[in-house]
Design a binder for this molecule. Structure first.
Ligand code: NDP
Ligand code: 8X3
Length: 250
């Protein structure tokens, strides 16, 4: 019997790579909105470990709690929560921003993370055991031009991570944050609403991180001995030195 990991945003990018990486050591609860992707992933990973999928939108508070409540008894004892679901929506100056984009980023990246955490952490508290890994970002420690609300959402993840670690400290629950720099996933396609040229420009002339690089970081963070918590990990591609400084050859 393996411990159970609950991963949000498992249908692509960092979440999907993390699911694949953790499959040898965990049973997996994999979440996302795209049912076809969840089904394909389940089929793919089932040969390595037990998988349970949950299809819900993290913005929908009731759907989050219904999904977690729907877990069969053998899936309820979650040891590891990876709060990964999230995206940037838009790349506008603050006075030109689309307020639907703002709502999406606050509702998904901040409130969604909170709803999932609220649904899962009480059982960890009861058991006095567990580990929460929040996927933050370099965007959560440094703002950049046109990043505004996405930056704010990831600064919030950083604040919540610190607060969670304090609140959960008496219960022996680990809380970690991994903050990637540029990772080539569907992230840019979502931010630029399918504009391929704009998406490609994000990684032009530089070698970005791959989702599996962050999955490796997650694997390291969750495999430390019981007395060790990696509180915070910033991971850049070598070509990146800060949120806005990226060495490009083209
Ligand atoms: P992807 O777009 O590839 O993956 C995003 C994941 O989040 C998908 O599985 C998506 O699933 C899920 N998701 C998005 N919105 C919702 C929602 N409303 N409800 C449920 N699930 C949702 O991007 P990444 O893998 O790059 O992003 C993962 C995390 O990493 C995010 O938190 C992002 O902010 C962070 N990050 C990314 C960086 C990068 O450069 N790529 C750098 C730093 C941090 P579905 O659409 O099926 O719901
Ligand atoms: C994603 C990294 O720099 O595009 O969080 O904001 S960045």
């Amino acid at each position: 019997m393996k411990p159970i990991a609950f991963i949000t945003g498992a249908t692509s990018g960092i979440g999907e790579a993390t699911a694949k990486k953790l499959a040898s050591n965990y049973f997996l609860v994999l979440c996302g909105r795209r049912k076809d992707r969840l089904d394909a992933l389940e089929k793919n990973i089932r040969v390595h470990t037990d998988v349970h999928t949950l299809c819900f939108d993290v913005r929908d508070r009731k759907a989050v709690f219904d999904a977690v409540d729907s877990l069969p008894p053998q899936w309820q004892d979650i040891s590891l929560l990876i709060n990964n679901a999230g995206n940037a929506h838009g790349y506008s100056l603050i006075h030109e921003g689309d307020m639907d984009d703002w709502d999406a980023m606050i509702d998904i990246n901040v409130k969604g993370l909170l709803y999932v955490s609220r649904a899962i952490i009480p059982r960890m508290v009861e058991k006095k055991k567990g580990h929460i890994v929040n996927i933050g970002s370099i965007a959560g420690i440094e703002a950049y031009l046109r990043g505004n609300v996405y930056n704010a959402s990831k600064f919030a993840v950083n604040g919540l991570t610190q607060g969670m670690r304090m609140d959960l400290n008496p219960y022996g629950i680990k809380v970690s944050e991994i903050k990637p720099g540029l990772v080539e996933t569907e992230f840019a396609q979502v931010r630029f609403k399918g504009d391929q040229e704009m998406s490609a420009s994000v990684y032009k002339g530089m070698e970005p991180l791959l989702a599996r690089d962050i999955a490796d970081a997650v694997d390291f963070v969750v495999s430390r001995p019981a007395h060790v918590t990696i509180a915070d990990m910033l991971v850049f591609p070598t070509a990146q030195a800060s949120a806005a400084m990226v060495h490009r050859t083209a």
